[in-house]
Design a protein around this ligand. Structure first.
Ligand code: PEP
Length: 252
């Protein structure tokens, strides 16, 4: 059975103190009523170690939002996968559309990041998704297929089992525009078929595929009820504990 996951992506928000408080608040809510899914907080690097110390690992897992494409050395300002792992974080988000668009992260760079993350014992939340013009040209399937193939399909089946996919249509991120549950299901099922063609049905069945893009408490139940939608990657609505919990509670 594949994992159901609700993962927050704080992006470049929250001071250290604000982030620790938010993590404590999420943890306190979940301590009262255990979540029916895996809950992950994706935080900036500076928060990782403190957030790990301030949550119950059985209730909340911690993720970085990025890691370097180099192992170690003279790369001023970068943070390696080994450094992320040393904080106690268990996951890293890679390939987010903001990293692709603003920091020039290509499939080749992402492939290196994925390899380093896995080599250092991190699980990867790997983001894929088309921009608006591609959706309007009905190219979304070929876009996500290429993103998955180019950055992930060199992995063995065993390595691939450490990957969570997050389908995030770029036109829905932070825009208030959500894919309909039918649109989400259609492309999630397609992504699973791409995984099945490469790794077989069992691996595809076991792969968690999250939806991301203006997901909130009001639309999460319908999105997560789709057979191929296994939870969400949440940006804006992960910045308040109650909002984030409203999404987690979609899994009853
Ligand atoms: C994201 O950036 O991963 C995301 C899904 O953002 P939002 O929920 O704010 O659209």
């Amino acid at each position: 059975m594949r994992k159901k996951i609700v993962a927050g992506n704080w992006k470049m928000n929250n001071t250290l103190q604000e982030g620790v408080k938010l993590a404590q608040d999420v943890n306190a809510i979940l301590a009262k009523e255990a979540p029916k899914c895996t809950v992950i907080l994706g935080t900036p690097f500076i928060h990782l170690a403190d957030v790990v110390r301030n949550v119950d690992n059985k209730l909340v897992k911690v993720s970085a939002e990025n890691c370097a494409d180099k192992e170690k050395g003279a790369y001023t300002g970068e943070v390696s996968a080994a450094m992320v792992k040393s904080t106690g974080a268990e996951y890293v988000i890679l390939g987010h559309s903001e990293r692709r668009a603003y920091y020039g992260e290509t499939d080749e760079i992402l492939k290196n990041k994925v390899d380093l993350a896995l080599a250092n014992g991190l699980q990867v939340i790997f983001c894929i998704g088309e921009v608006l013009e591609q959706r309007e040209a009905n190219q979304q399937n070929e876009v996500v297929k290429a993103q998955v193939e180019n950055a992930l399909f060199h992995l063995s089946a065993e390595q691939f089992s450490q990957i969570v996919l997050a389908y995030e249509p770029v036109w829905a991120i932070g825009t208030g525009k959500t894919a309909t549950s039918a649109q989400a299901e259609e492309i999630h099922a397609y992504i699973r078929s791409v995984v099945a063609a490469k790794y077989g049905n069992q691996v595809a069945d076991d792969t968690t595929i999250l939806y991301g893009g203006s997901c909130k408490a009001s639309n999460a139940p319908e999105l997560f009820a789709q057979p191929d939608v296994d939870g969400g990657l949440i940006g804006g609505a992960s910045l308040k504990a109650e909002d984030f919990h409203g999404i987690i509670a979609a899994f009853k």
